[in-house]
Design a protein around this ligand. Structure first.
Ligand code: GDP
Ligand code: IMO
Ligand code: MG
Length: 430
């Protein structure tokens, strides 16, 4: 029996998970998403083209590999249909190699409405949600009233759909939310619902599976399976910067519940970090830069959300957060992306500890959201060199290697690979 490998983000998302999964896919038989949903935006670039995936696993461009949407994932059928159509335009027929768990929950149009209603009600405590309906759909899952992919085939699906939608409409009314002016992609709730219902036909063209049996059989057959995380450690519902988080367990433990594999079946855990740090949406970000350097990171790194287009907040790498991520996830291999963004910087900084309430700490304090946190900085000389064409770790500029060695030492985990451009071909394995 083989073990399932895991790949996930160690910061606040957008570390380059999609790219690395795509690069690793040739070494696997199955790529499986275990949580999140259309809030994710995973970018893959090759042959001069850019592809952004939201619900579909990032192994889909390798048509001989099975891609699985696990039970822990949320599916919004209309977004799913759009994604499938985008792939079709590129000549990819996903019906052959994309399987979907019958137990994956559905995001209804009224979940998306509730996301907007909840955000509006929060006032200045807004999370900055992607408004894809994630929070409300996971809420209904936990409240035991959600609808699942397998339910779309049941005779009473429409009735159950209407009951749930009416519940949402009553809740929106209680929150004083104006349903009549609410729009999704310019459509009223009723108009969007019609398209959503139509999209179920696309969803039903795919193979619905009891994915927990499927995955465990793969492992028994010694097939290699890679679990692809969405969002990231610091957005985890339990250990992230709550309440400024997403609504799922983004961590390694989420693989067990989101796919139905035992903790003892977890193999390698590959954690991805940018060489700096970004965050999109609200919430604490101790190393955020509000100056010219922050703006340069944003521009040079093209730090605009792959799902919402919002500019990402940028700052230096945060080692207390990264150490926390390595601890919670049991990271065995560190992947560092985007050092190329800092090629022309005179200086690169790293936060090695925090000062909270006059005390120095290595830990993420409970008061992360409420107390001012001052980073303790260590600075490094820049490398002033393009990384283009470099294919061996030892050929990286000496100053960059010094910086990476510090990341490795601080994290306590070996760097397995460094990515130096958005393109599939630019990953340097050590
Ligand atoms: P994900 O959500 O973790 O899959 O990451 P996103 O796709 O949201 O954001 C990562 C962005 O960085 C994408 O635009 C990638 O094309 C890009 N990217 C990934 N790796 C690198 C890298 O090593 N260097 C540069 N410059 N860009 C990268
Ligand atoms: P990938 O997989 C970055 C953020 C949102 C918001 C918070 C909650 O591409 O790394 P939600 O829509 O889940 O209710 O939003 O989480 N967020 C992400 N930030 N990358 C993502 O996914 C994210 N998914 C959600 O901006 O702050
Ligand atoms: Mg992303």
């Amino acid at each position: 029996m083989t073990k399932i490998d895991v790949l996930l983000g160690l910061q606040w998302g957008d570390e380059g998970k999609g790219k690395i999964v795509d690069v690793l896919t040739p070494g696997y038989d199955v790529i499986a998403r275990f949580q999140g949903g259309p809030n994710a935006g995973h970018t893959i670039e090759f042959g001069g083209n850019k592809h952004v995936l939201h619900i579909i696993p990032s192994g889909i461009f390798h048509q001989e590999k099975i891609n699985l949407i696990g039970n822990g994932v949320l599916i919004e059928p209309r977004i799913f249909k759009q994604e499938i159509e985008e792939l079709e335009k590129k000549g990819i027929d996903a019906t052959r190699n994309l399987y979907i768990s019958k137990k994956a929950h559905l995001i209804l149009p009224s979940h998306r409405m509730m996301d907007a209603a909840n955000e509006q009600a929060k006032g200045n405590m807004k999370i900055g949600s992607t408004l894809k309906g994630i929070g409300p759909a996971y809420t209904d899952k936990i409240a035991r009233c959600g609808l699942r992919v397998g339910d779309t085939l049941a005779e009473d699906f429409r009735e159950r759909y209407i009951m749930l939608k009416e519940q949402h409409l009553r809740m929106a009314q209680t929150l004083g939310f104006d349903v009549t002016t609410f729009r999704i992609d310019g459509l009223t709730l009723d108009q969007y619902e019609a398209q959503w219902m139509e999209s179920l036909k696309t969803l039903q063209r795919f193979r619905f599976v009891n994915s927990e049996y499927f995955i465990n059989q793969c492992l028994r057959d010694d097939k290699k399976v890679l679990a692809e995380g969405a969002q990231a450690m610091m957005l985890d519902i339990d250990f992230g910067t709550y309440p400024f988080v997403t609504s799922s367990n983004t961590i390694t433990a989420g693989v067990c519940t989101g796919l139905g594999v035992a903790p003892t079946a977890i193999g390698r855990v590959m954690g991805i970090t940018k060489a700096y740090c970004t965050r999109v949406g609200a919430g604490p970000f101790p190393t955020e830069l509000f100056d010219e350097t922050g703006r340069r990171l944003c521009e040079l790194g093209h730090e605009y959300g792959a799902t919402t287009g919002r500019p990402r907040r940028c700052g230096w790498i945060d080692m207390p957060a990264l150490r926390y991520a390595c601890m919670i996830n049991g990271v065995t291999d560190l992947f560092v992306t985007k050092p190329d963004v800092m090629n022309d910087f005179d200086q690169v900084c790293m936060c090695t500890a925090y000062e909270v309430g006059g005390q120095r700490t290595d830990e993420i304090p409970f008061e992360y959201n409420t107390m001012p946190i001052s980073p303790v900085w260590q600075s490094f000389d820049g490398w002033h060199q393009s990384l283009e064409g470099i294919s061996a770790y030892d050929d990286l500029p000496a100053n960059l290697r010094t910086y990476l060695a510090a990341v490795e030492r601080q994290a306590g985990v070996r760097i397995a690979a460094v990515s130096i451009s958005p393109d599939r071909k630019d990953v340097i394995f050590r």
